[in-house]
Structure formats: C-alpha cells, structure tokens
Design a protein around this ligand. Structure first.
Ligand SMILES: Cc1cc2nc3c(=O)[nH]c(=O)nc-3n(C[C@H](O)[C@H](O)[C@H](O)COP(=O)(O)OP(=O)(O)OC[C@H]3O[C@@H](n4cnc5c(N)ncnc54)[C@H](O)[C@@H]3O)c2cc1C
Length: 404
C-alpha cells in the first residue's frame, strides 16, 4: 500500500524537458511558415533526426517505459510546439504500431528500423487503412490482396485515401482484404517496401489544419510484394481465417489492434494543443487592457481560463490512465482508450475556440497562432476514429449492448 503516485520519475522529466526544448526552440517558431507552405517540413525532420528525436532508438526507448507515460509525454510536448510539424515528424510511428501489433519478432527487427532510416538517410513510413468508401466502417474495405503461390508473392490492388505520408513514405504498411466475405476478419496487414512497383501517390489533399503533414491517396495497381511482407506470416493468417469461417472469435483484427494501442497517444497530442492555447490565452488576458483594466480581471474571461485549465488537466488524466493501462496490460473495461482520445480531442477543439474568443480579433487572424491551433485541433475529432465512433466503443463497452 502507499505507492500510488502521479509524480513523473527522473527519466520521464528529463525526456519531457528535452522534447519541450526542441518544441519550443525549433518546432513552434516554424509552425506558421509550414502551415502556410502546406509542405513536408524536411529541414525540421532533419533536425529532429540529427538530435536523435526522430529515430528508432528514441521511439523504442520511449515504449520501454513500464508506466506507458513516456510516449504520451513526448506527444504532448511536440503538439504543444506545432501539431502539423509534429505529425510530419512522427507520422511514421503509426506504421511502426502496425508492424509491432501484427508482425512477428523477425518482422519487427527487419521493418521497424526502416521506418526511420538514419540521420544521413531519413526514411518515412505510412499506415493505410482508410478508403474512399471505407472510413469509420473499416469492415467494408475493397482493396484486395491475392496470393500468387507460384511466386510466393501477394498482389495488391485498390485505393487508400487520407493517408498520412501516403506516397512520399519509403515504407507503406497497408491493411487490405484477403477475404471480403469475412469483413474485417478477412483483413491482413502488408508491408510494401521501398522501391516496390505498382504503388503510387494519388491526389494530395489541401487541408483545414495540420497542413505541414502530407495527406494523400495511395493507389495500388497490381502491386506485388514478397510473401514475407504479410505481417504475422501465412500460417497465422490461414489459422485466423479458418477460425473466422467457423464463426469463432479471432484474437485480433488487423486495423483495430493498431488503433486501440495508439488512441491514448493521440489523446496526448490533443492535450498538447489545448495546453498551448490555454497558456497563450492566459498570458494574453493578463496583458490586454480594455476599460482601464486587464481583460482577465473580468470573470467572463477568468472563468473561461479556469475551465480551459480544468478540462485540459482532466483530458491529460484520462490519457495517462489509458496509456498506463495499455502498458501494464490492464483490460479496458469501459473504452478507456476511446474515452481518452474522445475527451482530449473535443477539449482541444473547445479550448482553442475559447482562446480565439479571448484574443478577440487577434484570435481570428493568422499573425497569431490560436486560429491555427483551432484548425489543427479539429482533426482530433475525426482521425483515428471519429468522436461518434469513440462514443460507440464506450457505450458498447459499458452496456454490453450492440448500439448502432
Ligand atoms: C488529415 C487526415 C489524416 C489521416 N490519416 C490517416 C492515415 O494515416 N491512415 C488511415 O488509414 N486513415 C487516415 N485518415 C482517415 C481517418 O481515419 C478517417 O477520415 C476517419 O476514420 C473517418 O472516416 P471518413 O472520413 O470516411 O468518415 P465517415 O466514416 O464517412 O464518417 C462521416 C460521419 O459519419 C459519422 N458516422 C459514421 N458511422 C457512424 C455510426 N455508426 N454511428 C454514428 N456516426 C457515424 C462519423 O462519425 C462522421 O461524423 C486521415 C484523415 C485525415 C482527415
């Protein structure tokens, strides 16, 4: 008894500070420029790789933290700097999660380091599930993988959409159907290595926010990958498909297992944006004078700031709980991962909107960062499962009822 604590340990504090310094000195000052340019911020990614932040070792080390908090702390600090640039730097980690969640130890060792490359030869990775007609409903994927036994190759066809780093990534990890009659139980994850023919970028999207992050379609046209690119291997797939055909429960569904593990980390990102906006608005409200007093002296403004602080802190606590539960293999009983992502995402949207209000006209123009933070925050109610889908997960978990 007595050893419960929310205090961060020395290692966590040290890494948190190191990432914060990078976010403050390199990422935040570049946020406006790359939002306007709507391009991948290569110089910043290079700098992150040079100091070892964008590296296999760093990310692997974070995931070794037994409390599960380290990666959440890193995600919060980076998004405090700038959400678009942070996703441009760390978008590859979604593919890492896909490989980690579905691959064998040999596949982890072969493919995960290739998602990062080295400071001299930086590599990016992408993770693709979504399709034009399969967003929230991932069971309806139409992209197909067919096995060519003679060559021990898989032939991939279809179109993926909204893919972060899609087409510019060196390595793509794609969830594709191998048996459409089984819905999401017929999915499998494939690595499409660098230099593979038959994979190309479709349209690049112009977005509302996180504009430094590249989002595009990925087109698969008779794209052939060797048999060893099937994550988990053929035997495990056959076994899983056989169980699904018999109507038995399968242990994991390819896309879902990836999303489940990453939701608290996505929540941590939203907390970072909310914190940035709250801090900025608080400072502003202490400086800005109207009617002969600072605007924070009005309860209307001060109470907003109190609520912004409270909701941001509450979101962080939900994130920490879910990250800790995931790391310590506690069973999610009431959609705790979804709760953290849902609450943090909606908090970021709400807090950034309050920040605009507190800055008045200055909040609405691009010379100040809060309108960008609001545009960036909005994605957190959409990607990695929309807010509605998170509510479905939570309500089903707490009720046991298959709510539609
Ligand atoms: C910038 C960006 C980056 C992205 N990056 C990636 C990526 O790297 N990899 C990837 O695979 N995907 C990525 N996505 C895709 C993202 O995950 C999807 O956009 C998201 O899952 C929603 O799918 P959809 O856009 O098709 O919306 P839809 O599923 O069509 O949803 C439309 C609306 O209907 C609601 N809705 C749908 N079903 C239900 C239901 N059963 N009950 C209640 N409401 C419902 C939704 O909540 C939403 O409000 C990205 C998207 C964006 C915008």
């Amino acid at each position: 008894m007595g050893d419960f604590s929310l205090e961060l340990n020395e290692d966590q504090l040290q890494i948190q500070k190191w990432v914060h310094d990078f976010a403050e000195n390199v990422v935040r000052p570049a946020g406006h420029e790359w939002d306007e340019r709507e391009e991948t911020p290569w110089p910043i990614i290079e700098e992150a790789a040079r100091i070892g932040l964008y590296s296999f070792d760093f990310v692997a080390n974070c995931f070794l933290d037994p409390t599960g908090l380290q990666m959440a702390l890193v995600n919060e600090e980076m998004r405090w700097g700038d959400a678009g640039i942070a996703l441009a730097i760390f978008g590859s980690t979604l593919a890492v999660a896909g490989i980690y969640g579905n691959g064998t130890p040999e596949q982890h060792a072969e493919w995960i380091p290739q998602c990062f490359g080295t400071p001299d030869k930086i590599k990016l990775a992408a993770f693709g599930v979504s399709e034009p007609d399969a967003g929230s409903d991932v069971s309806s994927l139409t992209s197909r993988a067919v096995y060519d036994e003679a060559k021990d190759e898989w032939v991939l066809n279809g179109t993926k959409t909204w893919i972060t780093n899609g087409g510019i990534a060196n390595t793509h990890v794609l969830v594709v159907s191998v048996d459409p009659s089984l819905g999401s139980r017929g999915h499998a994850s494939f690595v499409v290595p660098e230099g593979t023919k038959g994979i190309s970028q479709g349209q690049k999207f112009k977005k509302m926010g996180i504009r430094a992050s590249h989002t595009a379609e990925v087109v698969l046209d008779d794209c052939r990958v060797p048999g060893r690119c099937l994550l988990g291997g053929k035997d495990r797939l056959e076994e899983r498909l056989a169980r699904a055909r018999e109507g038995k429960r399968t242990s994991s569904q390819a896309a879902m297992s990836t999303f489940e593990a990453s939701r608290p980390l996505v929540g941590a990102q939203a907390v970072g944006i909310a914190r940035a906006a709250h801090e900025y608005a608080l400072e502003y409200a202490k400086q800005r004078r109207q009617f002969g007093r600072t605007i924070i002296e009005n309860q209307a403004i001060a109470f907003k700031l109190a609520d912004m602080q409270m909701r941001t802190d509450a979101a962080r606590l939900l994130v920490w709980r879910a990250a800790w539960m995931a790391a310590t293999a506690k069973k999610f009983e009431s959609g705790e991962g979804s709760q953290s992502k849902l609450y943090a995402g909606e908090t970021a949207v709400w807090v950034t909107e309050q920040a605009i209000q507190i800055l008045g006209g200055y909040g609405y123009v691009r010379e100040y960062p809060v309108e960008r933070w609001h545009r960036d925050a909005k994605i957190y109610t959409i990607f990695e499962g929309t807010s509605e889908i998170q509510r479905l997960v939570i309500s089903r978990a707490i009720s046991g009822v298959h709510i539609q």
